[in-house]
Design a protein around this ligand. Structure first.
Ligand SMILES: Nc1ncnc2c1ncn2[C@@H]1O[C@H](COP(=O)(O)OP(=O)(O)OP(=O)(O)O)[C@@H](O)[C@H]1O
Ligand SMILES: [Mg+2]
Length: 281
């Protein structure tokens, strides 16, 4: 796995505009004594082509934040900006426009597909969403085959199948094939590897890195595993009880942690500083 093979991110100096940023972003569930502050005044700047990880333990607010980023959950307080302007998802049309720019893959791939749609239909939908509805069928097949090839799936073996006929790992890859066709500027991946074995996990992470390296897509990777964040990311945000306790380059945050919480997450990953020695496994 190589973090930055092929892709040279745009200059990230003071003048580079973040593609997605937030100031004081907060989400409270419930009211009064029963209120839960799931995300508590977080600030962030995600740049074009950046591989960003948001790392925290269960219940730290990662999924709540991702749902707000996607516009699936309202923000109680604070502001999210998209491509340098305050995000506007106030109407159906604006939301659809926003979703052309940001897409997600989730923990459970089975929940992301309509069980009654064959795989061909799922992929054809993606082509239609990118304005390719009227392309000749020949061209559409070519695009679907290319997308499947990108994730090492054979299109001929998938056509006429339903999503539930695939294995968990194949489903995860199909989700990435969808993203390959949709080409959003930003991909949010909420623990996409938690349901699969270690081998498929590294394949999926490699595919996400390839996607970033080939297309310059910004990838926001949500995980509880600081080890995975270290191996994949340019920058890292560490989340505890709804707050970012530390953020910066993956190198600085993970090799020179300042917050006690970050040190604790690292101590759960025994071999983070050393190359893996397979002979001892
Ligand atoms: N719809 C909801 N109503 C009430 N409380 C909620 C709701 N969704 C999340 N919460 C609470 O917000 C907090 C953060 O939850 P969230 O799902 O964002 O955590 P997470 O970091 O994604 O955890 P995990 O790693 O287990 O997926 C938790 O205390 C959770 O109980
Ligand atoms: Mg979650």
């Amino acid at each position: 796995m190589n973090k930055s093979e092929g892709f040279v991110p745009a200059e990230r100096g003071e003048h580079a505009l973040p593609c997605l940023s937030g100031r004081g972003v907060t989400r409270v569930f419930g009211t009064g004594a029963k209120a839960t502050v799931a995300v508590d005044h977080v600030d962030f700047d995600f740049h074009e082509g950046e591989f960003v990880s948001i790392v925290g333990e269960s219940g730290s607010g990662k999924t709540t934040l991702s749902k707000m980023l996607l516009g699936l959950l309202s923000v109680t307080e604070g502001e999210i900006s998209f491509q340098g302007k305050p995000r506007d998802i106030s109407t159906r049309r604006r939301r659809r426009e926003y979703w052309q720019g940001i897409q997600a893959i989730f923990q459970d791939p089975y929940s992301s597909f309509n069980t009654f749609h064959k795989i061909d239909a799922v992929l054809l939908d993606c082509i239609a969403m990118r304005g390719g509805r009227h392309l000749p069928m020949e061209k559409k097949r070519e695009m679907m085959a290319e997308a499947c090839g990108f994730v090492n799936l054979k299109f001929e073996e998938l056509t006429n199948k339903y999503p539930f006929e695939l294995s968990g790992g194949q489903m995860q890859r199909l989700m990435i094939a969808r993203i390959f066709l949709l080409r959003p500027r930003i991909l949010l991946a909420d623990e996409p590897t938690s349901m699969i074995d270690a081998c498929s996990r590294s394949t999926i992470l490699d595919m996400l890195l390839n996607l970033r390296n080939e297309t310059g897509m910004t990838i926001i990777f949500i995980t509880h595993d600081i080890g995975l964040a270290y191996y994949t990311s340019d920058s890292v945000y560490i989340m505890e009880h709804g707050r970012f306790v530390e953020s910066g380059s993956a190198h600085d945050v993970i090799l020179h942690p300042k917050a006690e919480y970050t040190r604790r997450l690292i101590s759960d990953v025994p071999k983070i500083y050393e190359p893996w020695d397979l002979s001892t496994v």
